[in-house]
Design a protein around this ligand. Structure first.
Ligand code: ATP
Length: 258
């Protein structure tokens, strides 16, 4: 077993006076490929954000490569893919600029962009199939294309660990396969992957561990739950629950429900 990438002990998060994480113990070792699953609102996004110190804990602790977030300096080791692209303040950043921002944590202070930076950005753009859109405004892209930009930004940083919040939500089958291919290469290189997912789709064969969150607690930590019912059928189209009513029936087994 390798170095410990992330370790949360008794993690609690309270948002708007409501307990969202209610005492989570979760250790992620290097090389783990973990899917975090659970119903809408169970606390998955909050968990991954708190795991990285992006959302402060109201109790317990979290360590990044053995160091508390406030003292952690090796941010280049972590590639975080948030749920949505937020290019602040309406600044019309191009696809290339957003992806290149993934190199910032790797750069030494005030050093100019190096050939290695440019090559890493080129490789990342190529990996997600956006090499022909580099000059376009990221905001003008579709939701699925923006998701590719976020993944490319993480790839560009060449981190040790990828933490992805629903990378497959609302993206088409081709993008899901592309992500699966990319992750296959990263996993073969020994990278650590933690991803939030309602449905694993083509990522399923890569996942070695499933963590199911229910009401802010870990309800299952072990082999990934197997898809059931409709979700197990080839070509099943999952309607992302953000867009519609809460998922029912076939997804039950994925959500840690009794
Ligand atoms: N900034 C916030 N302020 C107040 N409450 C919040 C905030 N962010 C999340 N919550 C609440 O915390 C709970 C857990 O949210 P979270 O986004 O972690 O769930 P999730 O499991 O990722 O859900 P989904 O599957 O819908 O993405 C929800 O009830 C949500 O309303």
């Amino acid at each position: 077993m390798g170095e410990t990438a992330f370790a949360m002990t008794g993690g609690r998060v309270t948002l708007d006076g409501r307990p969202v994480l209610a005492g989570v113990d979760l250790t992620i070792h290097e090389g783990d490929v973990v899917a975090v699953m659970g119903a809408n609102g169970s606390g998955k996004s909050t968990l991954v954000r708190a795991l990285l110190g992006l959302t402060p804990l109201s109790g317990g602790s979290t360590l990044l490569y053995g160091v508390p977030p406030a003292r952690f300096r090796q941010w280049w080791r972590i590639g975080y893919v948030p749920q949505r692209l937020a290019v602040g303040g309406g600044v019309p950043a191009t696809v290339r600029e957003v992806v290149a921002s993934g190199r910032i944590a790797r750069r030494r202070r005030l050093r100019r962009t190096s050939a290695a930076d440019r090559e890493a950005v080129d490789r990342a753009l190529d990996a997600v199939g956006l090499s022909d859109r580099t000059g376009d405004s990221a905001q003008a892209l579709s939701g699925g294309q923006q998701q590719r930009v976020l993944i490319a930004r993480a790839l560009a940083g060449e981190p040790d660990a990828y933490v992805m919040d629903e990378p497959t939500a609302g993206v088409d089958a081709e993008t899901q396969r592309l992500l699966a291919d990319t992750l296959t290469r990263l996993v073969a290189d020994g990278k650590t992957v933690v991803l939030v997912a309602h449905e694993l789709g083509p990522l399923e064969p890569l996942i070695t561990r499933g963590v199911v969150i229910r009401e802010g607690r870990v309800a299952h930590d072990g082999p990934p739950p197997q898809p059931e019912g409709e979700c197990a059928k080839p070509g099943h189209q999952h309607v992302h629950p953000h867009a519609a009513e809460a998922v029912a029936g076939p997804l039950r087994g994925w959500q840690g429900e009794a």
